[in-house]
Design a protein around this ligand. Structure first.
Ligand SMILES: Nc1nc2c(ncn2[C@@H]2O[C@H](COP(=O)(O)OP(=O)(O)OP(=O)(O)O)[C@@H](O)[C@H]2O)c(=O)[nH]1
Ligand SMILES: [Mg+2]
Length: 202
């Protein structure tokens, strides 16, 4: 049976968050890296709004699969065209969410396969390491744009940085590659499968 993911809420204030009673998978990364597109591929839907221009998502957007799992689409960073006031409000909301939210199951930190790690990415990964530790997974996006050997080598290097320097599990993905999406989806859904197994073995 096809899973039905639904839009739940679009949050601008920490006090308006849905109850922390369901595991949440967070998608974060630079503006335009492909967070909302990847969410649509993983949920086989078009629930998340995507755009060719950076800065599309400007709140914490929650999607839910029954009473089982939530996805949180974060606003991207590194986009300078929003006002300082909105930016600092968003920063504070993100900061509070990451520090206080008890139900974060995983955080997928997206990195463009062609661009690799920028300074902001590195700072954020190091900060996340303190708060979320092994819950942080690096997902390289837009792999289909890699055309030549030099780009392939660069991606290998970025993969090595993810694994050796940041000690993170990583996935190389393109929304155009069904196998990549299936693999990441399996990983994303693992907590639910494990839960069922526990119930079955009782
Ligand atoms: N070729 C290719 N393009 C992609 C892929 N994933 C996303 N894109 C494109 O990248 C652009 C940005 O995608 P979004 O999903 O809106 O990016 P975002 O990270 O949610 O952006 P913000 O909400 O602005 O932070 C869109 O034009 C997408 O079509 C991919 O795997 N391959
Ligand atoms: Mg987005």
């Amino acid at each position: 049976m096809k899973e039905v993911w639904k839009f739940i809420d679009d949050i601008h204030e920490f006090s308006s968050l849905p109850p922390a009673d369901i595991p949440e998978i967070v998608f974060w990364g630079r503006s335009n890296v492909g967070k909302s597109s990847l969410i649509n591929s993983l949920t086989q839907s078009s629930i998340a709004k995507t755009s060719k221009t950076p800065g599309r998502t400007r709140s914490l957007v929650f999607f839910q699969l029954e009473k089982k799992l939530r996805i949180v689409d974060f606003p991207g960073y590194g986009f300078s065209k929003i006002s300082k006031k909105i930016e600092s409000k968003l920063d504070s909301l993100i900061d509070q969410y990451l520090q206080k939210r008890k139900c974060i199951e995983k955080l997928f930190l997206l990195i463009d396969s062609n661009l690799g790690f920028k300074d902001t990415d590195k700072i954020i990964i190091n900060q996340l390491d303190v708060i979320l530790k092994d819950k942080v997974i690096i997902v390289f996006t837009k792999k289909d744009r890699i055309k030549n050997n030099s780009d392939k080598e660069k991606l290998k290097f970025y993969n090595d940085v993810a694994y050796s320097k940041f000690k993170k599990k990583f996935f190389n993905t393109s929304i155009k590659d069904t196998n990549d999406i299936i693999l990441l989806k399996k990983f994303m859904m693992r907590p639910l499968v494990q839960k069922n197994e526990i119930i079955k073995s009782k």
